[in-house]
Design a protein around this ligand. Structure first.
Ligand code: HMG
Ligand code: MG
Length: 298
């Protein structure tokens, strides 16, 4: 039976590609984004305005956003670490600024070279400037279950960062299991704490699938009232500053799960697979998603 709508936010062109060694040309990145937008996805994180020397793959964020043919009704967002990144993004126009930090010190330091406390004023500056330019801001909190440097992360640490981001004016929080180690009881404990204070509509869940638990964690999140999920086409991705973190859960696998459960995603499954096969051919290695394996007859 029909269970309502769920929104899938596509992060493959950013979270996926940032971890790929094979350089994907600007034209191919644009082609991927355009194919994704044809599948009905209405939110695509197109690139990242971080320091290019940290993520060389996405150094072409500006030409990607400039040359892209934008589809009406699709939001094109980008990852923004600081004011310098926001200025670059404003120059080429984005629909939402996605700021990010971690719930744990170790990963925050490795990923953005700052302590947690040093990070807040930098992000606050970004939010103010984004709002002055009529942009909404999404905030990622990484390592919400565990940190590759510090070990287990307590839900209270996540709440602390969420509180600060909400105070700044962030309108959506994406909770990242960056290294993909979480299991449903941990997701439940985390969301129980956050949902005592905030409505489920504030949150998106961002699962990496290192140990194959992302789908189980999505089902748990659905039970807890979450209706926004991040995913990457073909299961692309990882975090270059979190060793062992593999790709995001695959968009086509999430779409299968949700539609088979009776949720409406508005996505064309065939077109998702086309986009996945396209980027797979450019990377020159087989991507791992159950739907792709089925389509290949494996
Ligand atoms: P830093 O080296 O400490 O930079 O990097 P700084 O602020 O000290 O500045 C040094 C120089 O870099 C300056 O140039 C700046 O202008 C320049 P100089 O004056 O020396 O010539 N610079 C920039 N240039 C272009 N664009 C910029 C920029 N910023 C500074 N935006 C910084 C600090 C945060 C920039 C760096 O650490 C960085 O870029 N980190 C990003 C790492 C990253 O992208 N990680 C992956 C994304 S996060 C993720 O994947 C997790 C997520 O998916 C959720 C989950 O799964 O949990 C979101
Ligand atoms: Mg991620």
């Amino acid at each position: 039976q029909f269970k309502g709508k769920v929104r899938i936010k596509e992060v493959g062109p950013r979270d996926g590609l940032q971890n790929e060694r094979t350089f994907i040309s600007t034209a191919d990145k644009i082609h991927l984004i355009e194919k994704l937008s044809e599948s009905g996805l209405d939110y695509i994180e197109a690139s990242s305005f971080v320091r290019p020397s940290w993520i060389p793959q996405l150094a072409d964020a500006s030409p990607v956003l400039t040359r892209l043919i934008r589809r009406r009704g699709v939001m094109y967002a980008a990852l923004i670490p600081n004011l310098r990144g926001l200025q670059r993004a404003l120059h080429v126009s984005i629909d939402e600024a996605n700021i990010f930090m971690s719930a744990s010190e170790g990963h925050n330091k490795a990923n953005i070279n700052k302590t947690i406390e040093e990070t807040f004023p930098i992000l606050e500056e970004v939010v103010k400037e984004a709002q002055a330019n009529h942009l909404t801001v999404r905030g990622y909190v990484s390592t919400v279950i565990a940190c590759p440097y510090d070990g287990p992360v307590q839900p209270e640490q996540v709440l602390y960062v969420v509180d600060r981001l909400v105070e700044m004016g962030v309108t959506e929080i994406s909770l990242g299991d960056t290294i993909g180690v979480g299991v449903p009881p941990q997701i439940e404990r985390l969301l129980e704490l956050l949902l005592e204070k905030y409505p489920p509509t504030l949150f998106a869940m961002h699962f990496h699938d290192t140990y194959g638990t992302a789908i189980a964690n999505i089902v748990k999140s659905l039970e807890m009232g979450i209706r926004i999920f991040d995913s990457s086409i073909g299961g692309l991705g990882g975090c270059p500053y979190a060793k062992g973190a593999t790709g995001n859960v695959a968009t086509e696998d999430v779409n299968y799960l949700l539609t088979a459960m009776g949720y409406e995603t508005g996505l064309d499954h065939g077109k998702l697979l086309e986009a996945a096969f396209f980027i797979e051919s450019k990377l020159g290695k087989p991507l791992k998603s159950r739907q792709l394996e089925m389509a290949r007859g494996e």
